[in-house]
Design a protein around this ligand. Structure first.
Ligand SMILES: C[S@@+](CC[C@H](N)C(=O)[O-])C[C@H]1O[C@@H](n2cnc3c(N)ncnc32)[C@H](O)[C@@H]1O
Length: 262
């Protein structure tokens, strides 16, 4: 499997990103409860899996599935010694898990990487028990919501978006999930909108570094769309300066969609 953001800094980036959010609130809000048997599909380095274990407690159990060996290893290290967790190598849309198994199925920041999310969603529904909850959380336009956002920088950003589109990365994956949930027949479909980040003023060191890593990792893909290394570097520097600007608002949203299997 190829993963667009693969780099030797990705595990650290994902751990910092997941730790900066309040996933436990969204897990509880979308119905994860003590005693549940839950799935974390595409668990990455396992930070959210750990939160899920805290919520389900000693009477519950969490299975986490991840295709990348390096991420799975990081999750194993993070969760070493914790009971009631099973880590498995696997990928959507073929997890090899039994049908109708889970009370709660969680999948965060995975659909954005999938050229076609529908088979993945069908798999999440298949492994959920009737009456159980499917929850998919994903981004909506990270990097686009800034003000003031100079017109020429907005236009340059379109080149990065074109590069991402070519890599089949969907920057608007989150907004599409509601429609998909309805189409596959999930009941009581609801959407919760929460911040991916909000920086009223300069971003913090974690978010600055996050963007540095993003730009570095995307360089081989993106340079061509900017007409070479020089223009790409110039764009990155200007964007990072915008992030560091004390007088500019930057924000991005996560859409968390939940539905019940009939
Ligand atoms: C951005 S990370 C998110 C990790 C974790 N869910 C979180 O919220 O911190 C995306 C993860 O999805 C995994 N992934 C990519 N394609 C996948 C697929 N087809 N099935 C399951 N996981 C996948 C990647 O290897 C990576 O670990």
């Amino acid at each position: 499997m190829t993963y667009l953001m693969q780099s030797d800094q990705e595990v650290a980036r994902l751990k910092a990103q997941a730790s900066a959010s309040s996933p436990a609130d969204r897990l509880r809000l979308t119905g994860l409860m003590p005693g549940h048997v839950a799935l974390d599909a595409g668990c990455g380095p396992g930070v959210i899996t750990a939160e899920m274990l805290d919520v389900v407690g000693p009477a519950g159990r969490v299975v986490a599935v991840e295709p990348l060996a390096e991420h799975l290893e990081a999750a194993r290290a993070l969760l070493a010694g914790r009971p009631n967790v099973e880590l498995r190598r696997g990928a959507l849309p073929d997890t090899q898990l039994a049908s109708d198994t889970f009370d709660y199925v969680w999948c965060q920041y995975v659909f954005e990487y999938l050229a076609d999310p529908l088979p993945a969603l069908a798999e999440l529904v298949r492994v959920t028990r009737p009456g159980g909850r499917v929850v998919v959380a994903d981004i909506d336009g990270v990097g686009l919501w800034n003000w003031p956002f100079p017109e020429d920088l907005q236009q340059e950003s379109q080149k990065l978006l074109a590069a991402l589109r070519e890599a089949r990365f969907d920057l608007h994956a989150g907004r599409k999930v509601f429609h998909h949930f309805r189409k596959v027949g999930l009941a009581d479909v609801r959407v919760h909108v929460s911040p991916f980040y909000v920086a009223a003023g300069a971003v913090d060191a974690r978010l600055h570094e996050d963007w540095v890593i993003r730009f570095r990792t995307l360089r081989p893909l993106a340079e061509r769309f900017f007409g070479g290394a020089g223009p790409y570097d110039a764009f990155c520097q200007r964007f990072l300066a915008l992030l560091d600007d004390a007088d500019t608002l930057k924000y991005a949203m996560v859409l968390t969609t939940e539905g019940v299997k009939r």
